[in-house]
Design a binder for this molecule. Sequence first.
Ligand code: CP
Ligand code: NVA
Length: 314
Amino acid sequence: MYEDSPMRHFLTLKDFSKEEILEMIALALKIKAQTKQRKFVPYLEHQTLGMIFEKSSTRTRVSFETGIYQLGGIGLFLSSNDIQLGRGEPMKDTARVISRMVDMVMIRTFEHSKLEEFAQFSKVPVINGLTDSYHPVQLMTDYLTMIEFGKEKDPVVAYVGDGNNMTHSWLMLAAKLGFELRVATPKGYECDAQIVADALEIAKESGAKITFGNDPVAAVKGCDVVTTDTWVSMGQENEKEERLKAFAGYMVDESMMAKAKNDAIFLHCLPAYRDYEVSEETFEKHANVIFNEAENRLHAQKGIMVWLDSQRAN
Ligand code: CP
Ligand code: NVA
């Protein structure tokens, strides 16, 4: 359907300038305001979004499928259990077939290289819906939520927990936008060394202050935003027992939140495992922010899809 022509993919925040990230956020805010007035502008009329899932999802599936529909298009849910990809059809063939029929593709998969391979062979923009290495649509959402709760001006963000796909995406967001990020992980669960090096390189230009340590209380002290994520990501289920031991002392609870600023917000991408990475009490105390964050998946991703569409030469 599309000839080979210039286009952008959304694989990691590393690939975007600060200005581009802010353009997508501005679009998201504009489209959110329209949606709240029940004005559904068909920015992507008659477009199809293919949504390939090799891992489970609640938010990513519902927000992308609803989002493309509200933009005038349609979403195709393609679970790897049902399509030939799950029976061994190569990623590059899957990409060359699907991208001839749809207008955009979202993929949730394991190795980041699988997403890159799909993008390399795709004729249409590809969006990362989570890989083992990154979850950038969630970070666009989290930043949108920070804006709405008045935390975008020189924020100090503390990430407490596993050095995983969420942490890596926080590193890229902080590095690109130039804010302070303190990462506290247990020993042995630090971030990927190459991603850290990339983020620190980008931070030199933006002025972002990014620090790493093994003391969650020190990381949280005086910060504006506290965030965490599950200690056992999808695909790590067989490490659960050892991980639960290693993360002792990393639960975000009221005594930890007391070290942050009085008006600090708590973000969680969800799903949350109560009384592991966050206490039930802290979770419920911050439920308003957390569920606005969850809703913002819908709005942030509309901004991303409309922006990607605007970048291609049709
Ligand atoms: N936060 C997030 O990506 O949620 P799902 O796994 O439910 O899509
Ligand atoms: N780190 C988690 C995020 C879930 C949205 C995982 O990869 O399972």
